[in-house]
Design a protein around this ligand. Structure first.
Ligand code: HEC
Length: 154
């Protein structure tokens, strides 16, 4: 009996560890962040700039612009530790859903980059629609609760 409980708490710990690993992985890097790392809001403004470049590239059929912009979305800098903590505090268990949407953005922008390399306009359109869905899904679900977490550097 005691052993079973022991096993269970080990499993629970492993699960908590995995969740933390996912959180630490928001945006990718795990190393200590450089000073001057962008705030969440700055990351978002960059994402928007890159998304506009994807759309510009679509209209001008500039595949290398699309591939570059899409890769830049996929490789956006990680969310800074203090903001990550605030996200966890405010979203609790929903933090996993937040991280999941960030992961979606990552995967969909890589799909755009792949389609751009293959010069497949129709696929670029399809993937960029689903990319926009992921951006907006996160905003609708979480933006209101996370407003202001970027703090003084706004
Ligand atoms: C995992 C959640 C999440 C995803 C995915 C996400 N955003 Fe955001 N975004 C936010 C949050 C939270 C804010 C509010 C930040 C604030 O007000 O400080 C925001 C705000 C913004 C803003 C407004 C910035 C400002 O100056 O007020 C823009 C623009 C933006 N996001 C663009 C994008 C684009 C483009 C994508 C997809 C490529 C995207 N976001 C994907 C969470 C997300």
């Amino acid at each position: 009996m005691g052993r079973r409980i022991g096993m269970r708490s080990t499993a629970a710990l492993a699960l908590a560890g995995a969740l933390l690993a996912v959180l630490a992985g928001i945006g990718g890097a795990r190393a200590a962040e450089p000073t001057g790392a962008p705030t969440l809001r700055e990351i978002m403004r960059h994402l928007h700039h890159d998304l506009s470049d994807v759309h510009r590239g679509l209209m001008y059929e500039d595949y290398s612009l699309i591939a570059r912009a899409a890769r830049s979305i996929a490789e956006h800098p990680p969310i800074r530790v203090p903001e990550r903590r605030l996200i966890e505090q405010r979203l609790g268990e929903e933090t996993a859903a937040f991280a999941g949407l960030d992961e979606e953005v990552h995967d969909r922008s890589l799909a755009i980059a792949g389609a751009a390399r293959a010069e497949r306009l129709d696929e670029i359109v399809r993937h960029s629609r689903s990319l926009v869905d992921s951006c907006v899904a996160c905003h609708q679900a979480f933006r209101e609760r996370l407003r202001g977490i970027s703090g003084a550097r706004r």
